[in-house]
Design a protein around this ligand. Structure first.
Ligand code: FDA
Length: 305
């Protein structure tokens, strides 16, 4: 966790970020986590996943846009992505971040764009998952989810992070709806006043929240590569006779490929989160911060070349 904080803090420095960006491309590590730059490249990845029975969620990378123009461009790109998926021979959902749609400067702007995207999603019978970002956006993200849930409930899902203390209460409210919840550990830098600092506590809370959702009428997307949690989830679902249509496992493109395939072969629904686009640096840094080995891979490349 300390390592994660250090990398996320360093990443606020532009020089460090540029250095990481260059090295990530040269070493090939960026290509491991980012599936491509454009829609046609990424649809090939989705096709390959379909070939082995795995579903996909596409994420057009981008976050923290600074003005109306950027927010509008991001919203248009998401709607175009939904149409491109519809025109293609593959099926995929999409995930997006509300700071991509202007949440940083205007909740109203963001809400308007989200609604326009949801209209297209409903028309094309697709599904939008709102990713959860840093804690400055948690409440607004839940508010906007709830605001649109009444009209677009079947086409809209949310994410809850087990490192936040508040998540127990959030889950309690959300599972009553019921709705579609992705549970993850959380990837941002958060202070100890609001988030568990120790991995053991984050994992324990993940399991508790996961069991709560399992036992509710809400749909559960278990987003982790943590083998112990994956095993616990399979055991718990079997012991409690949870309907297999009520949950799925989700993993990130470039991580846990063997576990994805094993779970699929065992008959579980598996979905891979496939990010693409040119604005990949902040996403890449979060993947770097999760695992020291990724950072050392970059350093080794630097020393060798
Ligand atoms: P943990 O970090 O304990 O890792 C377990 C094992 O997974 C590691 O031992 C390693 O083998 C492997 N692993 C994990 N991360 C790796 C990496 N970067 N590189 C290589 N191997 C790695 N977060 C968030 O805040 N908001 C969100 O909306 C989402 N959305 C989301 C969707 C999906 C589908 C997934 C899987 C994850 C997210 N996350 C997220 C990220 C999540 O919060 C968390 O940071 C990562 O999943 C890493 O944590 P794990 O649960 O894998 O456990």
């Amino acid at each position: 966790m300390l390592f994660r904080t250090l990398i996320l803090q360093l990443a606020q420095n532009k020089t460090f970020l540029n250095w990481v960006r260059r090295l990530a491309i040269r070493s090939g590590l960026a290509q491991r986590f980012v599936a491509g730059e454009n829609v046609s490249e990424v649809l090939d990845v989705v096709r390959d996943l379909h070939g082995i029975g795995i579903a996909a969620t596409l994420n057009l990378l981008g976050e923290e846009v600074k003005d109306e123009k950027e927010a509008e461009a991001a919203a248009n790109a998401s709607m175009e992505l939904l149409r491109a998926i519809d025109r293609s021979s593959v099926k995929s959902r999409i995930s997006l971040k509300l700071s991509q749609l202007g949440l940083r400067f205007s909740k109203e702007t963001c809400s308007g764009h989200l609604e326009a995207i949801l209209e297209v999603s409903r028309e094309l019978d697709n599904f939008i998952r709102i990713d959860m970002e840093g804690s400055r956006y948690t409440q607004a993200t839940i508010d906007l989810f709830l605001e649109h849930f009444a009209s677009y409930g079947n086409h809209l899902g949310i994410v809850i992070q087990s490192y936040l203390y508040r998540s127990e209460e959030d889950i309690y409210r959300l599972i009553q709806l019921p709705c579609n919840i992705r549970l993850c550990k959380g990837a941002y830098m958060e202070p100890e006043e609001i988030a568990y600092a120790k991995k053991g506590d984050v994992d324990r809370n993940f399991i508790e929240l996961m069991e709560d959702i399992f036992l509710s009428p809400s749909y559960l997307a278990i987003a982790t590569h943590d083998n112990q949690i994956l095993e616990h989830a399979c055991r718990f679902a079997a012991q409690h006779g949870i309907d297999p249509d009520q949950f799925e496992f989700q993993m990130i493109h470039g991580i846990g490929r063997k576990a994805q395939q094993r779970l699929r072969q065992e008959g579980y629904a598996v979905r891979v989160y496939v990010p693409f686009g040119t604005e990949w640096a902040p996403y890449f840094v979060r993947r770097l911060a999760e695992r020291p080995a990724n950072f050392f891979f970059l350093l080794k490349h630097l020393l060798r070349h």
